[in-house]
Write a protein that binds this ligand. Structure first.
Ligand code: PLP
Length: 405
């Protein structure tokens, strides 16, 4: 039985070169070898204890990687220059020409665009299905399917997958079950429920200060070794390497992730309940009205809450835009993409982070143009925030009413 992920982070002990309470930052792109033989051995794959070149890995990247592996309860991890770097390297590491992927139809727009627009150039096809429907996934699997790909809580519809059922299906068909856990670090550990590879955009909650772009893959030691292989590893060869300075700063921010996730979740839960009670079309996995509320409750690590993301469907893009502009004007958050910041961030997904998905497909999956995704911040007094948000929305509604008279 693994420890709680928050405890794993609390228990980390990485010391600096001179006994510093933070590990020293590796400020080198290359490393000396004591003998020529140890250099050639390292190129042959005998990299144990040796650093070669910082595109391969660096001490700072290894500290962050091992902390993330502990958090996700996987054997190992490796870090990338972006979440997309982690996603694209993982997919290309697993798939060959002629292979097939079954992916959730509600995923981050960049991932969707890569699967839909880029992979066909390499002879790799993707079928997009509703991942809350196990029968649909089953039907889409072919003899060439190598990956079942989804997000644990999907962007932006906040649908939750049934890890256990999908991992059983994945094992049966000998595919790799790859889960992007960006929306739910600490809350959920997909590897405990059968995921083979867990991906993060560290850019979001894990770093939490919107000052860095980074990604990670958490998986078995064998998979991580394959990614780093000097001859065939795509972490090594596509060159999407995280800089050591950034790795060090992200590791420091990781330490406060458990309390930040708790606060994001408490604040989002409160706002979701209040806005739902006012009659707004709110989606939040912590609401009893959310279709997978019970399912997610069964998978959550204890007392972490249901995350910092919620959506409100304002019906039309005009109203959504007016509400977001008003909220920004009232200093209730920023009209910005991304998530996990101390301030609330909001964007209309259909015309921003999911704009890669055609309007027709958006409609099919139930993504309305008026849907606003909120990444709820760490507001100290969320009741006051609610009062102010409600006022801002009412102002927009009054303006819209008077202009239509
Ligand atoms: N995965 C999810 C769920 C995301 O929301 C994003 C970005 O918004 C990414 C991956 C890509 O991460 P990055 O921007 O760090 O490349």
């Amino acid at each position: 039985m693994s420890k709680h992920p928050a405890k794993e982070i609390q228990d980390l002990q990485f010391f600096g070169e001179y006994g510093g309470v933070n590990p020293s930052i590796s400020d080198s792109s290359t490393y000396t070898f004591m003998t020529a033989k140890s250099m050639s051995d390292t190129f042959e794959g005998e990299t144990e204890g040796c650093f070669l070149y910082s595109r391969h890995t660096s001490p700072s990247n290894l500290y962050l990687s091992s902390a993330l592996a502990k958090m996700e309860n996987t054997e190992d991890a490796t870090v990338f220059a972006s979440g997309m770097g982690a996603i694209t390297s993982t997919i290309l590491q697993i798939c060959q020409q002629g292979d097939h992927i079954v992916a959730s139809r509600t995923i981050y727009g960049g991932t969707y665009a890569f699967l839909k627009n880029v992979l066909p150039k390499f002879g790799i096809k993707t079928t997009f299905v509703d991942f809350t429907n196990i029968e649909d996934i089953n039907k889409a699997i072919t003899a060439n399917t190598k990956i079942l790909y989804c997000e644990s809580i999907s962007n932006p519809l906040l649908e939750v997958v049934d890890f256990k059922l999908i991992s059983e299906l994945s094992k049966k068909h000998k595919t790799k079950f790859v889960v992007d856990n960006t929306f739910s670090p600490i809350m959920l550990q997909p590897a405990n429920h059968g995921a083979d590879v867990v991906i993060h955009s560290l850019t979001k909650f894990i770093n939490g200060s919107s000052d860095a772009v980074a990604g990670a893959v958490c998986a078995s030691s064998e998979f991580i070794e394959n990614l780093k292989d000097v001859n065939t590893g795509l972490a090594m060869l596509l060159g999407q390497t995280l800089d050591s300075l950034r790795a060090a700063s992200i590791l420091k921010n990781l330490r406060t992730l458990p309390i930040r996730m708790q606060k994001h979740s408490q604040n989002a839960q409160y706002l979701a309940e209040q806005f739902e009670a006012l009659g707004y079309k709110v989606s939040y996995p912590g609401l009893k009205s959310h279709p997978q509320h019970q399912l997610l409750s069964n998978y959550l690590s204890s007392q972490t809450g249901y995350g910092g993301l919620m959506t409100i469907d304002f019906g039309t893009i005009d109203k959504a835009n007016a509400v977001m502009e008003m909220m920004q004007h009232q200093n209730l958050g920023y009209l910005a993409v991304s998530l996990g910041f101390y301030k609330t961030l909001f964007s209309a997904s259909g015309t921003s982070t999911s704009s890669e998905i055609s309007e027709e497909e958006q409609q099919e999956m139930g993504l309305s143009s008026g849907l606003v995704r909120f990444s709820i911040g760490l507001d100290h007094d969320i009741k006051e925030t609610f009062t102010q948000m409600k006022k801002a929305i009412k102002l927009v509604e009054r303006d819209k009413q008077s202009s239509s008279v």
